[in-house]
Design a protein. Structure first.
Length: 155
């Protein structure tokens, strides 16, 4: 039997909208890899469903979450150092609600990160707070990194 119509739902049902999830995932991928093609694809999806989302926002929460992240890109905290120490810092940075912050715990010797997030190995843990492809200088104290990650302005 030939498929006559394939819907592209933007509204959430019992499960999130596939298009909303895709838009959100494409944005995250674009920010993590520093690749504008993924960000552009997410923007196209948001534009496609904008009218429907505006008319029925209560049924489009996944697309609204993607729109929120499109309007306020996440900050990315990259951690480098010994695996045990990086894990401790990562746990400390995940304490509390920070929906606009992604923590990348990348211990020494781990596989390479994309160029936009590649940071040098070090004996002691260092952390970098990045947003929009730009990173603050390395921070070597956990308390200072926590403060910097919360203080970065949401664009």
């Amino acid at each position: 039997e030939t498929l006559l119509y394939r819907p592209k739902p933007g509204q959430d049902n019992a499960t999130p909208s596939g298009n909303g999830v895709a838009a959100f995932a494409l944005q995250r991928l674009g920010h993590l890899l520093g690749e504008s093609r993924y960000l552009d694809a997410a923007e196209r999806a948001l534009k496609l469903f904008f009218s429907m989302t505006r008319q029925q926002p209560a049924g489009s929460l996944t697309l609204l979450a993607a729109l929120e992240e499109w309007l306020t890109p996440p900050s990315i905290v990259v951690l480098r150092g010994a695996a045990r120490d990086v894990a401790q810092w990562s746990t400390a940075l995940h304490d509390g609600y920070s929906p606009h912050t992604l923590v990348i715990a990348h211990p020494n010797g781990a596989a390479a990160l994309p160029a936009s997030l590649a940071k040098p190995e070090s004996e002691a843990v260092n952390g970098w707070v990045c947003q929009g492809g730009h990173c603050l200088p390395a921070i070597a104290e956990l308390a200072s990194l926590q403060k910097a990650s919360k203080a970065i302005k949401v664009i």
